[in-house]
Write a protein that binds this ligand. Sequence first.
Ligand code: PEP
Ligand code: MG
Length: 581
Amino acid sequence: MEIKKGIGVSPGVVIGTAIVLDAEDLVVPRRQVDSKQRGEEVARVEKAMSAGSADLATLRDETKQKHGAEVGRIFDFHIGILRDPTIVKQILREIELNRSSAEYAISVVMRRFAQQFQEMSDPYFRDRVKDIHDIERRLLRQLIGQKREDLSHLTRDVVVLAHDMLPSQTAALDKLHVKGFATDVGGRTSHTAIVARAMGIPAVVGLGDITAEVSGGDLVIIDGNRGVVIINPDAEQLEEHRELERKQERFEADLKQLAELPGRTVDGHEVSLWANIEFPYEIDDAVERGATGVGLYRTEFLYLSKGSDEEVSEDEHFDAYSEAIRRSRGKPLVIRTLDLGADKQTQAKQGNPERNPFLGDRSIRMCLHDIPMFKRQLRALLRASITGDVRIMFPMISTLMELRQARMVLNDVMEELEDDGIEFRRDIPIGIMIEVPAAALMASEFAKEVNFFSIGTNDLVQYTLAVDRTNERVAGLFCPAHPAHLRLVRDVIRAGNRADIAVSVCGEMAGDPLYTLLLLGLGLNTFSMNGPDIPEVKKIIRSTTMENARHVARKVMSFDSERQVMHFLREETRKFIPEAF
Ligand code: PEP
Ligand code: MG
């Protein structure tokens, strides 16, 4: 048994059989062959090993010629491993005894070897761990070809372990069978983590080298509440987590009963609880959990789920928005224009990385650099606007000029539609995300030019505290409770309320029960979050008075450290949901 600590990014506990994706996403499921097939698997291993060592010998000779004998010798280690009779024997034994497939046998034995090297005191051997993974990949590539297993069509329940997952890969997971996932890298508000929360599956990220320690087929516990992954748990751990699983199911069943009840404080103050979505189909589930609108539709997933370089056409945009409107059934639907870039790159941009992508050509900047792409989206959005309560939101606005430019493009599109005799809603509400400190500090000025604000705390924290939201090494510093961030949030809510425009929070902070009392007390009326978070936040809202929430907010704003803030909020929230943290 091994217990690994990471960052819990999506709550819940799951016990399941692992599928491990290596850095190249080669899936090595535990597949048993029948006894007659064993000979075939042995032959496949032998063929892959001799082809692998022949490739490496060529590579070594070429390298020697180009860079000298010293450099070429690096490959002698690789070739030595492939020809090492003890390794070959172990692989063949795995097939003989356990009836494993060639892929699985190689993966198990190589990972075991890597583990042994990792534990050696001599740094020379520890440095060879990467080489062993490299050999494993080389052999698997020989066996699997370049074919990747289709994770979207699994036939049994699994938990997925990967070095990293792109948001689009996470979104494409087969929801029926993928019961949880864990990754080597990542942070709490990386988009992969957000998608996991939206799917409602437990997830832990930032685990370091978990993919090197788990083999496909191992039993794994993913505890998203505590940010822990347990590999091959013992009977005691298993029982403890089974009990947690059951407890959680009961808790969720209790919360579900709240769905029909209004988001209203004890003293009658109404609060809107809206959903964040990446795909229109998520709306049904969110509504079932009590969402009364969609506060953030992340339309860039139209690009990210495409899996190719192709542009998204106006009709594809239009179809997606029409579907979202249909599923919203008259409820407000805030469609955010494309927020591509940084950790949401299209395939084309992946080949051309920026030095500081989060500070680069991202989001509204990218749209204003690619007017035809921007116009295609706006045209579709306006065409769809006549069939529902649609609102447009521009992301990552940092200057008034940027907002005005975006509006100018929108006006151009309106004129073009008029010329073409196509109907649209001219007075469609326009809002902006407040997620850059510059915009938060200028909120009163922005409030004169828009119909609503939505505070994107994921980016606002990242940019205020200079902490990369996707980097597990600084995850401990990523904290919405930092007083500097809280002051910005307070001032934006205040500026919006004074100007009498709607303000919501759609960053992950809105769905974290720790911050519900505080945001309510600061005067926030709309919370937009992942569907699964709605019941718990609603439970807190329905248990408090505004007077209490205001008292909590006043107290919190007097603290000068995030630790004090979190400690106090935890204590206050526990009064309503003792089982919350
Ligand atoms: C945010 O930054 O808080 C936000 C909601 O937008 P995204 O997470 O898509 O960047
Ligand atoms: Mg953002």
